[in-house]
Design a protein around this ligand. Structure first.
Ligand code: E4P
Length: 217
């Protein structure tokens, strides 16, 4: 399973990328706002750090303007995936840009039928938002499972990019179901390494080691 990091914070991306943990990056207008950076400038910098797909989102709402924005974003670097919302205009943009050979990430997916449409429009990635479904007391994991089943039933090659990941359990469940990619904030990716028994065990080893009076170096 691939790990994308869901941020426009270049320092955080660089840190995780140096550890080999980053297969790609996703951004959105809210993350660009949070970064305080210019979208074209920060996206170009991210594309220079990461080899894999870097999602940059259009903000127009009609298809013609979306297509123009998508082409402009795609000019930033070869590894840009143009991110479009799951609307009819977004699906039209997806079809046009994917026919041009560009990677497209269809975002804000909340139903299996939406995911089916995105696959038929040639999406490279579909982004079901797990956390936001959990926020309204639905089970985001059911959606990932439904999309996996439907895509496998018909051989769609669109990759399932589990998004809006808030917890380490979301990562485990996505991996078990067979999502192709997860995108998560740096804090969630880092917390995958944490376990209370690891901390407890390390603490005991350190105390016993101190008692030996030895040193390795
Ligand atoms: C994914 O592409 C989105 O940028 C992101 O996962 C949204 O997450 P949120 O629901 O925590 O804002």
């Amino acid at each position: 399973m691939k790990f994308f990091v869901d941020t426009a914070d270049v320092d955080a991306i660089r840190e995780l990328n140096d550890l080999g943990m980053v297969d790609g990056v996703t951004t959105n207008p809210s993350l660009i706002l949070k970064s305080g950076r210019d979208i074209l400038e920060v996206t170009k910098e991210i594309c220079g750090i990461v080899d894999g797909p870097v999602s940059a989102e259009v903000v127009a709402l009609d298809a013609d303007a979306m297509i123009a924005e998508g082409r402009k974003l795609a000019e930033i670097a070869d590894n840009i995936a143009v991110k479009v919302p799951l609307t009819w205009a977004g699906l039209k943009t997806c079809k046009v840009l994917s026919d041009e050979g560009r990677m497209v990430n269809v975002t804000l997916c909340f139903s299996a039928n939406q995911a089916l449409l995105a696959a038929k429009a040639g999406a490279t990635f579909i982004s079901p938002f797990i956390g936001r479904l959990d926020d309204i007391n639905l089970d985001g994991m059911d959606l990932i499972q439904d999309i996996r089943t439907i895509y496998d039933n018909f051989g769609f090659e669109t990759q399932i990019l589990a998004a809006s990941i808030r917890t380490v359990n979301h990562v485990t469940q996505s991996a078990l179901i067979g999502a192709d990619v997860i995108t998560a904030p740096p804090s969630v990716i880092k917390s995958l390494a944490s376990h209370p028994l690891t901390d407890k065990g390390l603490d005991a080893f350190m105390k016993d080691w101190a008692k030996t009076g030895q040193s390795i170096l």
